[in-house]
Design a protein around this ligand. Structure first.
Ligand code: PMP
Length: 444
């Protein structure tokens, strides 16, 4: 089985395949190419020109509306009025860096930390998940005086130099550097209730490899829903043994909550909670500001003290007054609108409907996920060992034709990834299920 496209290239627009029928769109695409260039890909073979968002819907320049099953950043819903109002009010009054005292910043930090385990008692605010993970790796290395990092085989953790090195999903031509060892995920569910033992065996082996290479291990870094690996959610608790082994060796466990955090998995505020493990460092991002750039890292005080003895740390926009206002509005609204509960209920309803589709379409080989974070894996002739990447890509483009936006993930790129805003309704789920059934029927 060959490795699929890197996750950042999945569902990418290919200019060579474009027939330029819509000249208005073609002009925009050319302007994009001539200014922004190759680091910024476009989705879909027929790119979308989106001009407005509301709740679970996106609207294009011609007024066509699309059901958003892709975007987990506007987690409360696109342009949520409470967040928009909080940001606008703050921007019209004051927006400065975090080197002055300000109530909102402190109220926010207290409220956020109260959702975390007791040992996690400090918050560093950043602008992106990448910055948070970059800092997490520095903290782990300073604390352990070791260099090695263990990550999952198709992990994505961000875009700085070091974070790219620990993101196998970004590699195009090379393997990991010697200080990075990967653990497999794609065969996990085939281990059934032995999944935890199986993973722990691989973590033990990775620790030995890092020791034999002279790096030792600074941290096990995982996205606790294994989003880019293709969504691995069950059996809950499968991370426990691995975390214990890493801790026994003196290394840290970093939970990357950029994808599963803020209630998305329905049963817990944080993805690591589903595994009953306590991280040393938690990294945050994406939904934290519902679209306003808010991200961060939460950890124990001693880890930050060790860093600041050696280096200064400052993040100009991280923890700005407007960022804190956005973050606080997100936390409050999540609670007030019961969105975590909605994620659990509608997620379960959607999953049930997907199981019904699985009975009708044998190409669906597995359905995984928790709350409104669901992966649906496609195999050729229903064979779990033959990833159907072509059908996955075709399904994404046909769903787009039928006004539903969805993504893909996984080591081979054969997993349909569903993670809509958490205000997703049963009606939204019915529309998705009906359209997905039609598309799968069309694809045969
Ligand atoms: N961690 C995970 C699990 C992610 O999915 C991402 C972004 N897709 C990041 C970190 C990086 O976040 P950002 O793009 O905000 O730097």
């Amino acid at each position: 089985m060959s490795k699929g496209k890197p996750i950042l290239d999945q569902n990418a627009f290919d200019f060579d395949q474009y027939n330029e029928a819509d000249t208005e769109l073609a002009t925009l695409i050319r302007r994009r190419q001539n200014t922004i260039g190759p680091t910024s890909m476009l989705f879909y073979q027929e790119p979308l020109h989106i001009v407005r968002g509301q709740g679970t819907w996106l609207f294009d320049n011609k007024g066509t509306q699309y059901l958003d099953v892709y975007n987990n950043v506007p987690s409360l819903g696109h342009c949520h009025p409470k967040v928009v109002e909080a940001i606008c009010q703050q921007l019209s009054k004051l927006n400065v860096h975090s080197r002055y005292l300000h109530d909102t910043v402190h109220i926010y930090a207290e409220k956020l930390l109260a959702t975390m385990p007791d040992n996690i008692d400090r918050l560093v605010m950043t602008c992106t998940g990448s910055e948070a993970n970059d800092l997490a790796l520095r903290l782990a290395r300073i604390h352990t005086q070791k260099q090695g990092i263990i990550v999952s085989e198709a992990a994505y953790h961000g875009n700085t130099q070091i974070v790219t090195e620990v993101s196998p999903a970004s590699y195009k031509t090379q393997g990991p550097p010697d200080y990075v060892v990967t653990i497999p995920m794609s065969p996990l569910t085939r281990q059934g209730f032995q999944a935890g033992d199986w993973l722990a065996w691989h973590v033990r082996k990775a620790l030995q490899t890092l020791d034999s290479r002279g790096f030792g291990c600074a941290a096990l870094l995982v996205d606790s829903i294994f989003s880019s690996d293709g969504v691995y959610s069950h059996p809950t608790g499968f991370l426990q043994q691995s975390v214990d082994i890493v801790h026994a060796q003196g290394a840290l466990f970093i939970a990357d909550e950029v994808q599963p955090g803020f209630g998305r998995t329905g049963d817990c505020m944080w993805g690591f909670g589903r595994h009953q493990v306590v991280p040393d460092i938690i990294t945050l991002g994406k939904p934290m500001g519902n679209g306003y750039p808010v991200a961060g890292l939460a950890c124990r005080l001693d880890l930050l003290e060790a860093l600041t003895q050696e280096y200064g740390y400052f993040n100009t926009f991280g923890g700005s007054t407007a960022a804190a206002a956005a973050g606080l509005a997100v936390l409050n609204t999540l609670e007030e609108e019961g969105l975590m509960e909605n994620s659990q209920q509608v997620g379960a309803y959607l999953k049930e409907g997907l199981y019904t589709l699985k009975g009708q379409y044998p190409s669906i080989v597995e359905i995984r996920g928790a709350g409104l974070f669901i992966g649906l894996e496609l195999g050729i002739d229903g064979d779990v060992n033959r990833p159907d990447v072509e059908k996955t890509t075709a399904a994404i483009n046909l769903l787009r034709r039928d006004h539903i936006l969805i993504g893909s993930a996984g080591k081979f790129g054969n997993v349909l990834k569903m993670r809509p805003p958490l205000c997703f309704s049963r009606d939204n789920a019915d529309l998705l299920l009906g359209t997905l059934g039609t598309v799968l029927g069309e694809l045969g």
